[in-house]
Design a protein around this ligand. Structure first.
Ligand code: SF4
Length: 511
């Protein structure tokens, strides 16, 4: 629909002789998915939501020709007279702090000049002309940035490990193989601001002494792949990638590798095995990739959102970044809000924001006046958080303490109608499908857990099934080879912890 709206707008600009005065800029996602398609008219910043093709004529004739805001289409306060700050007037954006998503919905991702106009590649220039690799790593460490892909490992420490290795070749990788059901944070950054990832990877290359980077992106993201390739080509043309970056002698090249849809390839060692051209299966660690990664050379791997933070940290400083968030979780986190929530979409909030604020103040609450029952964070690797913990500040450690995890940022909301045993089964079906089969606890154990869950949900559960399920879950967690298997039992363990009565109702009341 958005493309048709653009076509209609273009033709109406021509017929109203506005085409030389008004420029149409195609941007990435604003994050407010529930209200799309969105058109923002500048300089007023009036944000029109749920725009239909039939609305375009009114926007052109009223707003562009006569300077009159079309109030019925405005996001936020539709009755306000002065919409000069329309974007800031929208609750959905008001409570957010956009660092990783700073340019999404603001710039044309297919034009490097727009990225440059918003301080793009300034951080890279600063690093190459004013800083040493040690100073870059020190800044990253002091910022407190932790991996946004799920692990939460301190980024600067990871870079330092790789920097300390002596090798004839090192690599910088980006994990853009976003596979969690309901997660689309990385996709949005790649589609809306691909240069931020390229800039950060080049900075990382300088910091650890790597000259080659790979972005492993899932092939199911065709727009992200296209825009990323365009951005890489533009960066080469502008002397930002290549053998003499910005004329400083720094060498850094970047290539895309396509993932073929296997969830396990989001695991770092499996991802590297896949880039090397083999079947994507995890390898035991140690050795860790920072010591022996791609082709046994020191390699760092960070995810898209982690990289998107890096240029801003370099420009604004470690202190600024570490001043945001909680004691052990600095900065912001992007969440993909989905499920039973009014404002489905992407939000970026400071670490420590409570689940209640995210669900009610930003997410607009639960549709149809239903009650909040739980939220699943961390996708299939995470767990369910019940209503009694709605006021928990969201950060890495508090989520783990609740039996869930941050994961990459999927946040699926359940209301009073959801059966939590079904939810656990849904996520387990996913991990059973995606198990690579290399180690028995995951290959066989998750299948056995699913069989028990199927029995229970079909009303055929027997006394002892719940205990068997719990024991299996704990053993698989402790013995699986990689993160996929180790976290696969989380949805079961967390729902058993908070909603055991629902399991018991299935088994004993045959519900
Ligand atoms: Fe493969 Fe699962 Fe074992 Fe990971 S835990 S290596 S996905 S079988």
């Amino acid at each position: 629909n958005s493309l048709k709206i653009i076509d209609e707008m273009e033709s109406l600009l021509v017929s109203n002789r506005l085409d030389s005065e008004v420029q149409i800029v195609k941007t990435g996602c604003f994050g407010l998915c529930a209200e799309g398609p969105i058109v923002v008219v500048y300089p007023e910043g009036a944000m029109y939501t749920r725009v239909e093709i039939s609305d375009v004529k009114e926007i052109v004739e009223e707003h562009l020709l006569k300077g009159r805001i079309v109030k019925r289409l405005l996001a936020g306060e539709k009755e306000a007279d002065d919409i000069s700050k329309s974007l800031e007037g929208v609750d959905f954006f008001n409570r957010q702090m956009r660092i990783a998503l700073r340019n999404c919905g603001r710039i044309n991702p297919e034009d490097i000049n727009e990225y440059i106009a918003f301080d793009g590649y300034k951080a890279l220039e600063k690093v190459l002309t004013e800083m040493t690799p040690e100073a870059v790593i020190d800044t990253m460490k002091k910022s407190g940035l932790r991996g946004r892909g799920g692990g939460g490992f301190p980024t600067g420490v990871k870079w330092e490990f790789a920097a300390k290795q002596t090798a004839d070749q090192k690599y910088v990788c980006c994990n853009a193989d976003e596979g969690d059901p309901g997660a689309f944070m990385d996709r949005s950054v790649l589609e809306g601001d691909p240069h931020s990832v390229i800039e950060a990877m080049s900075i990382a290359g300088f910091a650890i002494g790597a000259t080659q980077g790979f972005i492993y992106v899932r092939a199911e993201y065709p727009i992200a792949v296209k825009r990323l390739q365009l951005a890489i080509d533009e960066a080469k043309e502008y002397g930002i990638l290549g053998d003499n970056v910005l004329g400083t002698g720094h060498k850094f090249n970047l290539e895309i590798r396509l993932g073929a849809g296997a969830f396990v390839c989001g695991e770092e060692t499996a991802l590297m095995t896949s880039i090397e051209g083999h079947r994507g299966e995890p390898r035991p660690r140690p050795p860790f990739p920072a010591v022996k990664g791609l082709w046994e050379k020191p390699t760092i791997l960070n995810n898209v959102e982690t990289y998107a933070n890096v240029p801003v940290i370099i420009l604004k400083g470690a202190e600024w970044f570490s001043g945001i968030g909680t004691e052990k979780s600095k900065g912001t986190k992007v969440f993909a809000l989905g499920g039973k929530i009014n404002n489905t979409g992407l939000v970026e909030v400071p670490m420590g924001t409570t689940l209640r604020e995210v669900v009610y103040d930003i997410g607009g609450g639960i549709p149809n006046g239903k009650k909040f029952k739980a939220a699943q964070t961390g996708g299939p690797s995470g767990g369910c958080i019940p209503a009694s913990h709605l006021d928990t500040p969201i950060d890495y450690d508090s989520l783990i303490a609740l039996g869930s995890m941050m994961g990459s940022g999927g946040l699926i909301v359940m209301d009073e109608d959801n059966c939590m045993v079904d939810i656990a089964k849904f996520f387990l079906e996913f991990t059973v499908d995606e198990s690579c089969g290399k180690c028995p606890p995951c290959r066989i154990g998750t299948k056995r857990m699913l069989e028990i869950l199927e029995r229970i949900t079909e009303g055929k559960g027997e006394a002892g099934d719940i205990e068997k399920l719990e024991l299996l879950a704990k053993n698989i967690k402790a013995s699986a080879l990689c993160g996929l298997g180790q976290t696969a039992p989380n949805p079961i363990l967390s729902t058993l912890k908070y909603f055991r009565d629902e399991y018991e109702a299935h088994v004993f009341d045959k519900k």
